[in-house]
Design a protein around this ligand. Structure first.
Ligand code: PTJ
Length: 261
């Protein structure tokens, strides 16, 4: 079900409203949790601070993210409702390029939502979805809530978990389990951004397609070249660059003649 009004193409906020529509439709389809709407709004606010474009520092974060996933022995992509609603095809393609399976792992878990998200990913071209087969489900004590139920072939066995739009508790729990955590989160001050090994401060709508392009290049590199390249990145410095970018942009705007850009 789509939301019940047409967005005029000439609306100045057309792109943003279209993305919002995908989240609202996702909620009607049970893909997105109700709280996913609130999470999206928070993301939108931070995207304003970026100017709704990918800055240079974010490209570096995306390179770091791709390198970390490529360098892992057993990477896994953890998919929640917002990710499935916003960029199902890109997420599936990203997993295929990086040889990383998809696992559905939800904060607001329900069988209905699991099936709706599975359908969304299968329709987007996914071959296999982990996380739903009771035969392979195991419970990890480090994680609270229903998110503690993970797939023994996926998150449980992985050394690197890509968890976009994540909540901070799980990021910290995954770190305690010695897993490398890679995230995409528009808020550079969220606990997820601050505790992940690699944080991409960008809208997932832009980040995943850009990371696909980066992955197509980096998959040509040898293991030694990957390890060498990885040494150049530092998550904390890149997060500081994100804060610097946002604050400098606001400072520049606050002293410019016209605020509308
Ligand atoms: O589908 P479920 O049940 O697993 O639930 C998913 C949500 C997102 C509801 C759940 O994980 C949650 O409550 O997350 P939080 O704690 O609100 O964190 C979501 C983070 O993602 C926030 O820091 C937002 O700023 C950020 N965010 C929201 N939309 C985007 C985003 N980051 C990048 N791109 C976005 N489009």
């Amino acid at each position: 079900m789509m939301s019940n009004h047409e967005i005029p193409k000439d609306h100045p906020r057309y792109v943003s409203l279209t993305i919002r529509d995908a989240i609202i439709s996702g909620m009607h389809q049970k893909v997105v949790a109700e709280a996913g709407l609130i999470a999206h709004g928070r993301g939108e606010a931070f995207d304003y601070l970026l100017g709704e474009k990918t800055p240079d520092f974010a490209i570096k974060q995306e390179e770091y993210a791709v390198l970390s996933i490529l360098n892992a022995e057993k990477p896994i992509i953890s998919v929640n409702g917002n990710v499935a609603a916003l960029c199902p095809e890109d997420t599936v393609n990203f997993g295929k390029i990086l040889n990383a399976p998809l696992e559905i792992n939800l904060f607001y878990r329900s069988p209905e939502r699991e099936q709706a998200i599975k359908k969304k990913l299968i329709d987007a071209g996914a071959d296999q979805i982990l996380g739903l087969d009771p035969e392979y489900q195991e419970t990890i004590p480090e994680i609270s809530h229903l998110r503690r139920i993970v797939d023994s072939r996926g998150i449980a066995a992985s050394d690197c978990v890509f968890v976009p739009l994540e909540d901070g508790d799980r990021t910290q729990a995954l770190r305690r389990m010695n897993k490398s955590v890679v995230t995409v989160d528009l808020n550079p001050l969220s606990r997820t951004s601050l505790t992940a090994n690699v944080s991409v401060t960008n809208n997932i709508i832009r980040a995943i397609p850009e990371m696909i392009t980066i992955a197509e290049e980096f998959t040509q590199l040898s293991k030694d070249q990957l390890i060498e390249k990885l040494k150049k990145y530092n998550n904390e410095n890149l997060l500081k660059n994100a804060l610097k970018f946002m604050s400098e942009r606001l400072m520049a705007l606050s002293s410019s003649d016209k605020l509308i850009i």
